[in-house]
Design a protein. Structure first.
Length: 281
């Protein structure tokens, strides 16, 4: 396999994410201070620094590829994964910095990030053709809003995972430094509300882009249908959470299920369907 110019920067960025993942996991383990078991939080600065370094290195990787092939990372799976790793890292770093209560959940979030990182390492960095339909102002809004939506969902997955794991003795030990389940549940669903806003705006701007690019606002192709069901499931999940007394562990299951559908929509559906989103029009 030939190594292209952006790959060393990509590998370095993923290594920084790996450091953040391992340090976040290590930070869950108790340490002894005198006779009491305590949890030091000094490692959180290392986690945040490693994520920020990973984002910087991925920024360079994307810039190098952009210059090399002449367009941004919009089309093939290698490009989309690299771009998503960058945006997920950037937005999660901001949430990690501003919301101290969710920081221990980074052990879950960064593990998911590294699943994506392992996936991109298996792909060929093939050059892609940039179609005329992608020269469109609305594309930037559509893509940007989608990235914020998925990052908010990922942060919710971290909190949902905590609520599920806390049903076990070991999980309660790992995440004992976090607020109560009720507080975590409240924060997670606030993130889901924001995710619904950005998902709605993503669909609207995508429809406007589709009208300019392909002459129709909506065609119910595989990707559009999957995206609509993701939006619908998120709206239903919020309705259930607001209307019924849902136990925290079940909230976690609902959030992770919504993220799973969003994940398949973003990374799977475009590559198993003839959708115009692939740009072959």
């Amino acid at each position: 396999m030939n190594i292209v110019a952006e790959q060393p920067w990509l590998w370095a960025g993923l290594l920084a994410y790996l450091v953040a993942t391992l340090v976040a996991m290590w930070g869950l383990s108790p340490r002894l201070a005198g006779s009491e078991s305590v949890q030091s939080r000094r490692h959180e600065r290392v986690v945040l620094g490693a994520i920020a370094l990973g984002v910087l290195l991925l920024t360079i990787a994307i810039a190098v590829r952009w210059v090399r092939i002449g367009h941004g990372p919009w089309l093939n799976l290698f490009e989309l994964l690299m771009s998503q790793l960058w945006s997920l890292g950037l937005i999660y770093a901001l949430l990690y910095w501003r919301l101290p209560g969710l920081r221990p959940s980074a052990a879950i979030v960064m593990l998911v990030m590294w699943i994506l990182g392992s996936w991109v390492l298996l792909l060929e960095p093939a050059d892609s053709h940039f179609p005329a339909t992608y020269y469109n102002f609305w594309k930037w809004f559509h893509v940007g809003l989608g990235k914020i939506f998925l990052a908010l969902m990922l942060a919710g997955v971290g909190l949902g995972g905590v609520m599920i794991l806390r049903r076990t003795e070991r999980g309660r030990q790992w995440f004992r430094a976090m607020p109560t389940d009720a507080a975590i549940d409240k924060l997670a669903w606030r993130l889901m509300m924001l995710a619904l806003v950005f998902d709605s705006l993503m669909l609207i701007t995508g429809a406007v882009w589709a009208q300019d690019a392909w002459g129709r606002y909506w065609a119910w192709d595989a990707l559009e249908t999957s995206a609509f069901f993701t939006w619908l499931l998120l709206a239903v999940g919020l309705h259930v959470r607001l209307s019924f007394k849902v136990p925290p562990w079940l909230s976690g299951v609902i959030i992770i299920s919504i993220f799973a559908l969003a994940f398949v929509t973003y990374f799977g559906t475009p590559y198993i369907s003839p959708s115009a989103h692939k740009g072959m029009v």
